[in-house]
Design a protein around this ligand. Structure first.
Ligand code: R5P
Length: 317
């Protein structure tokens, strides 16, 4: 039985191809909406169909340009609230501003909490997120958050590589990603190794030590939640190669790929970089070594289950 009326998926302009794929999996075209910018840059929004009493899902990752995409999400949520939708779910496949999730020094904001407040205040009744930078961000919301993981999608791909278990090393690129690496290792097998990463600024990282078994002649797969400037991923790959790894793969849910990322990945010896379509990949960022997996079926299934009041947690298994 549906909780919020007939479902309808709408998309902001951040990742229309993903929203379109989600809608196709659901079997209903994207809702009609006109989004544009006023001459001064402000966002204009008009819903071009009746949404009164409908169960609305607004797909909008807050990827770069982060402020523009975030503001567009807020404007859309406000628009649906005022158009009398029965229930509004913000589907945020990539949650920007997530890395400032605590006061790790004096006089800094907690932007992950600020964004949660903005999304709730703008009109969202629920949030559907994918691989939040920190799972605790769910608690920054006072509305229900369904937190999905791309791990099953990435696992299937890694399994298809056919790496013999005795040669397989799951590598965490820093201490913060150890839990994630353990989750992958539990499903995929192999042994765990950890890179001791030291970050000196938003763009500078240094890989100090390697903790764990020998990597000599092993196939190393690095798992992280995102590749932003690629400093962490390429640094971890270099550490693995210096330690004698035979080949290195890199997997991350979110390909933010900003700043020098593409250049760094191109010059690295990583055999394949696996990301998902939570963030669109413009043609200028295509690399032969980049493999993009789709999370659309996963998100579509979650949307259908939320609409029909079925368990979403079974999707985590
Ligand atoms: C760190 O906490 C994250 O899990 C990623 O490792 C990091 O944000 C990636 O950033 P970059 O690609 O700029 O090193």
């Amino acid at each position: 039985m549906s909780n919020g009326g007939r479902l309808k998926v709408f998309s902001g302009r951040a990742n229309i191809p993903l929203a379109d794929k989600i809608a196709r999996h659901i079997g209903d075209p994207l809702g009609k909406i006109t989004l544009a910018n006023f001459p001064d840059g402000e966002i204009s929004c008009r819903i071009d169909e009746d949404v009164r009493g409908r169960d609305i899902f607004v797909v909008q990752p807050t990827c770069p340009p982060v402020n523009e995409n975030l503001m567009e999400l807020l404007v859309m949520l406000d628009c649906f609230k005022r158009a009398s939708a029965a229930r509004i779910t913000a589907v945020v496949p990539y949650y920007g501003y997530a890395r400032q999730d605590r006061k790790d020094q004096g006089r800094v904001p907690i932007t992950a909490k600020l964004v949660a407040d903005l999304i709730s205040e703008a009109g969202a009744d629920r949030v559907l997120a994918l691989d939040l930078h920190a799972a605790q961000i769910q608690g920054f919301f006072d509305i229900p958050v369904d937190h999905l993981y791309a791990q099953p999608v990435i696992n299937d791909y890694v399994r298809s590589l056919g790496i013999p278990p005795r040669d397989f090393i799951v590598l965490s690129p820093d201490e913060g990603s150890v839990k994630k690496a353990v989750a992958y290792q539990k499903k995929l097998g192999g042994e765990i190794a950890i890179v001791d990463k030291r970050r000196s600024s938003a763009t500078e990282t240094r890989q100090a030590n390697l903790i764990g078994p020998s990597l000599v002649d092993k196939t190393v797969v690095i798992f992280d939640d995102m590749i932003s400037t690629a400093g962490s991923m390429v640094g971890a790959a270099r550490t693995a190669q210096l330690a004698g790894a035979k080949e290195v793969y890199a997997c991350a849910t979110h390909g933010v790929l900003c700043g020098p990322a593409i250049e760094k990945l191109r010059e690295s010896a990583i055999k394949e970089v696996v990301i998902t379509d939570s963030i669109p990949l413009p043609p200028s960022k295509h690399l032969p070594c980049l493999k993009v997996l789709s999370v659309a079926p996963l998100l579509a299934e979650a949307i259908k289950r939320i609409n029909s009041n079925e368990s979403v947690s079974t999707l985590f298994k």
